[in-house]
Design a binder for this molecule. Sequence first.
Ligand code: B12
Length: 215
Amino acid sequence: MSEELYKNMAQAVIDGDDEEAAALAQQALDAGIGPLDAINKGFTPGMDTVGELYASGEYFLPDLILGGEAMKAALAVLEPALNAAGQQREVLGKLVLGTVKGDIHEIGKSLVGSMFAANGFEVYDLGIDIESADFVTAVQEYQADLLGLSALLTTTMLHQRTVIELLEEAGIRDQVKVLVGGCPVTQQWADDIGADGFAEDAANAVMVAKRLLGK
Ligand code: B12
């Protein structure tokens, strides 16, 4: 039964149907399906299909926007359930997070933020299209243990390197662990730019962060 539900979730994102996506998210919670399963097995595969259809020329920008809106509608229902788990835990560390300059993709970044919050981290989400220097200021201001840089475009991932360079210039590179992610980002890229960690998805990002902080 849950397989059917996961398929419908993916389809709602592919159809760009935000009302259906939100309704299915609620249906999943009511059926006792974990919010992370709903995201990873239901909605994200739909988002991936939207990306593939866009890349192959079958979908256009408006379809991309509608798919994103449907995914966001589902997450609005699921995220309170995700976050609830983090509320009574001790604080494991502070994460400053954002999507780099020139890049307005926010869904994956926000999901990363929710997963960290759910796992007991204090999260300072700066948002999208963030100037490289603003990440450095925020790391200083919040005394962050971790900095998460999201980039979804091959053109904007270059700013991940810039932020690391600015941390070095400010003399605080060794005070913060830098995590990079987003669909074009690889472990190889993370190594090349001197990031401390990379993860393919939000759940693994938390695992990598805990390992880096020795938690
Ligand atoms: C939805 C979407 C949009 C929406 C975004 C809506 C929103 N509010 O976020 C809109 C319509 C705005 C959009 C715009 C564009 N998009 Co777009 N978009 C997508 C799409 C389909 C899905 C992205 C998504 O939300 N995925 C779901 C989330 C859950 O996954 P995720 O973002 O990958 O995040 C996960 C991991 O990557 C990781 N992660 C993410 N961030 C971080 C950070 C850290 C620190 C860590 C550790 C991990 C991590 O964990 C996340 C959760 O598990 C992708 C294709 C795809 N399959 O990724 C294209 C895609 C990224 N877009 C693309 C393009 C080309 C564009 C545009 C340039 C289109 C245009 N002509 O205008 C613009 C760029 C605008 C800009 N300046 O940023 C291309 C990029 C190609 C490239 N090589 O650079 C893609 C790959 C589509 C494609 N196949 O061609 N897009």
